[in-house]
Design a protein around this ligand. Sequence first.
Ligand code: KIV
Length: 278
Amino acid sequence: MSATSPHRSVLPPEIRARKGTAPLVVLTAYTTPGARLVDPHCDIALVGDSVGMVLHGMPSTLGVTMEMMILHGRSVVKGLTRAMAVIDMPFGSYEESPQQAYRNAARLMAETGAPAVKLEGGAHMAETIAFLTRRGVPVMAHIGLTPQAVNTLGGYKVVGREGEADSVMEDARAVESAGAFAVVLEKVPMGLAARITQSLTIPTIGIGAGVQCDGQVLVVDDMLGLFTDFRPKFVKRYAELGRTADEAIAAYAAEVRGRQFPGEEHSFPDTLPAKGPK
Ligand code: KIV
């Protein structure tokens, strides 16, 4: 299948129609093997721009480029048979104008095969979301804490407490009216997230936004415990793969230093054993 042919799996209208039914399960994926792991269990594999921090050691998502998203997006789409890929628009690729957003969204979809994009921002991005959706680009919105705006927000803080609640609700309504098929609510207080979920007709997908959202998303490396030093409150660790990997690598290093690895079973004899009588 080429990158531009129709995706085989779930498509945005089906995700939208899941509102009020079973919760949507979303995890990030950045590579083909990662996509193969999430595919049997998830409705959406999000090619998040978190890839910059997770796989490229960047301090934030701001340095992520279109080329990086295309490379990882293509890799993820190859590993999916049922889950839908959604690909993040990186910082600087959509904020300037609806036309710029369309050019880059079309490129992301055409060059990766992902059937939808995600972009950050509420009411101020509504015009762009409407422009994209009217031209065949399904958009998942992302409001609350928008990590690409970390420098204007002043950190990775909860967004929507007290005086901020009305503006987060307005953002949610604006992206829905603009045609987004779903909206990510990041680090939004749980009561507000529940009210937004009740008042929208599109699914809300929470990350640090409580259990009442229509779905949940996590960065897969976080929930697998691959980082030993990163423990945000909203992440539940379902495994401790970082610790397991550390123990395995330490055991390998000790065995190499102690000349215990490789054993005979991992080595090739100089002559093949004689074949016995038939
Ligand atoms: O980039 C990402 O992984 C995300 C999720 C955390 C929602 O945007």
